[in-house]
Design a protein around this ligand. Structure first.
Ligand SMILES: Cc1ncc(C[n+]2csc(CCOP(=O)(O)OP(=O)(O)O)c2C)c(N)n1
Ligand SMILES: [Mg+2]
Length: 307
């Protein structure tokens, strides 16, 4: 979670320094969802995620330098600098892609789940999406097919209460999105998405069910994005005190408080972890920011295919 938080803070800094081409959508406040859920995956599992997908990619183990380089448009980026913040992918890590079109990642994950079912190796697919995505047609088609074919997939909804600048109840008739699963006779769970252990336990139940042939699960994680929707959105549309009340439930601070009650963890140990994460991110940032640009000839499809 710290790695994701530090990474996102640096991306924000980079954006202000004009190092980021295009836009970027940050996930500070939602780190427990990525960290808890990704802990349940095996190396050969596959996932899709959205434009707000830096957290999933980092939690899955992409080298932060490769992710920074991609966001800065450099040749050493995970997509050769040609995709940017909304296109972080690495097939060797099962990172099938981030999708800028709301809802577009779900059918791709369903396809991955079909391949997992045919392979019979106990793989699962996972797909992350926001609350707003549950109003999109592909969400319903994906849930339906996954339920009918009992596919090994976990649908993870990061309900952060907003779709762009709209509060959820202006676009959706209810706040508990797990109700959507009832229409597909699919098991579901609602968890505190700012509690990393709660996320882990719920998602583990879901991945265990999927691997055992029990089909899909919908896991709704209640969370909150601490920053605006994208770029420099100041998020002025939020009611007074809302951010403050969610900052009190910050997933990292909460985890830290729990760790301090355990044997073997104390304040100085946690400080050491923070310092080592900050150093790692600082070094990755500096290397990526000075990495070479792609050559114009590399922009051709033929050149990319040779890799
Ligand atoms: C099909 C489609 N419609 C509209 C948009 C514009 N858009 C980008 S993000 C977004 C909000 C999505 O909200 P949510 O699914 O809750 O995800 P969050 O941004 O909160 O993570 C919208 C409407 C889009 N990218 N794709
Ligand atoms: Mg949302």
């Amino acid at each position: 979670m710290l790695l994701i938080r530090c990474f996102e803070d640096k991306v924000h800094e980079a954006f202000q320094k004009n190092l980021v081409f295009g836009t970027t959508h940050l996930c500070q406040g939602q780190e427990a969802v990525s960290a808890g859920a990704l802990e349940c995956l095996r190396d050969d599992d596959m996932l899709t995620y959205t434009y707000r997908g830096h957290g999933q990619v980092i939690a899955r183990g992409m080298d932060p330098e490769d992710a920074f380089a991609e966001i800065f448009g450099r040749d050493s980026g995970c997509s050769r600098g040609l995709g940017g913040s909304m296109h972080l992918a690495d097939l060797s890590l099962g990172l099938l892609g981030s999708f800028a079109i709301v809802g577009a990642g779900l059918p791709v994950a369903v396809g991955a789940a079909i391949s997992a079912q045919l392979n019979e190796r106990g793989q699962v697919a996972m797909t992350f999406f926001g609350d707003g995505s549950t109003n999109i047609g592909t969400f319903h088609e994906s849930m339906n097919l996954a339920a009918v074919w009992k596919l090994p997939i976990v649908f993870i909804c990061e309900n952060n209460l907003y779709g762009e600048y709209s509060p959820i109840l202006l676009t959706t008739p209810f706040e508990d999105l797990a109700k959507r699963a009832i229409a597909y006779d699919m098991p579901s769970d609602i968890v505190d998405g700012n509690d990393v252990v709660a996320v882990y336990e719920a998602v583990l139940r879901a991945t265990d069910r999927a691997r055992a042939g029990g089909g899909p699960t919908f896991v709704e994680c209640k969370t909150y994005r601490q920053r605006g929707h994208s770029r420099s959105d100041p998020a002025k549309y939020r009611p007074d005190d809302e951010l403050e009340s969610w900052l009190k439930r910050d997933p990292i601070a909460r985890c830290e408080a729990v760790l301090k009650t355990l044997d073997g963890f104390d304040a100085s140990g946690i400080e050491r972890i923070k310092l080592s994460v900050e150093n790692l991110i600082d070094e990755a940032f500096e290397s990526a920011a000075s990495a070479p640009w792609p050559e114009v000839r590399d922009l051709s499809f033929a050149a990319l295919r040779q890799d």
